[in-house]
Design a binder for this molecule. Structure first.
Ligand SMILES: Cc1cc2nc3c(=O)[nH]c(=O)nc-3n(C[C@H](O)[C@H](O)[C@H](O)COP(=O)(O)O)c2cc1C
Length: 204
């Protein structure tokens, strides 16, 4: 018998990991395809690379396979309705989607949701098989950032959520002090932070 966890259990475990929520968009004003996603992550600083994983049998997959450019919009707390709308199979497409999103064209050939917290316009860099998803790596070509200080929209335990506050303990070092974490761990952090002061942050 296989020890592999079933899909429900895997999904339940992953749902405990809070993520941001993005809208993946591809196409121009009349051909726009937009999809809600949370499998977005940064990959590399130099060159600036991101990844997003798209279900193999989704409409977006065909688009991504044929595209040279796409955009990622990081959504804010007030854009939950857009996230919900573009997570549906019967979501708007083409000019109707551009209308709903109040999307604006860019010189790179994308249409973007300028009201998002940040928008990354990407050139398709690589594509990898990932089980029932395809992982697309994009090279960030242009960044737009809204001056809006709104909180990000997040997804946790199957629900859209918003971080309670922006307050954090000032540094991991401070946290160790507050939580009484051992001197040994604290010393380890000092070594780590000294290393991370260098431009190459990788540990040996
Ligand atoms: C919060 C959230 C995150 C999602 N993340 C992804 C994702 O990363 N990749 C993906 O393919 N679908 C993701 N989905 C599902 C899609 O938004 C959408 O429902 C589905 O893939 C569309 O398939 P279709 O093109 O066949 O309609 C997510 C849905 C929600 C609500």
């Amino acid at each position: 018998m296989s020890d592999e966890p079933d899909a429900m259990r895997f999904r339940a475990a992953m749902s405990r990991f809070p993520t941001g929520v993005v809208l993946l968009t591809q196409g121009g004003p009349n051909t726009l395809e937009a999809m809600t996603a949370n499998s977005f992550a940064s990959v590399s600083l130099q060159p600036p690379l991101i990844l997003i994983s798209v279900r193999s049998d989704s409409r977006m997959r065909a688009r991504m396979d044929a595209c040279t450019t796409f955009a990622i919009q990081i959504l804010h707390e007030g854009q939950r309705h857009l996230a919900a709308c573009f997570a549906r199979h019967q979501r708007p497409g083409g000019a109707q989607a551009a209308d709903v999103l109040e999307a604006v064209p860019t010189p790179l050939g994308n249409v973007i949701v300028a009201s998002a917290i940040a928008v990354l316009e990407c050139m398709l860099f690589a594509r990898h098989a990932g089980g029932d998803h395809v992982i697309y790596i994009g090279r960030v070509a242009c960044i737009h950032m809204s001056p809006d200080e709104r909180l990000p929209l997040t997804f946790h335990r199957g629900e859209f959520t918003v971080p309670l506050s922006r307050l954090t303990i000032k540094s991991p070092h401070e946290e160790m002090r507050v939580n009484g974490i051992s001197k040994a761990a604290s010393a380890l952090f000092e070594v780590g932070s000294a290393r991370s002061a260098s431009p190459d942050y990788r540990l040996p």
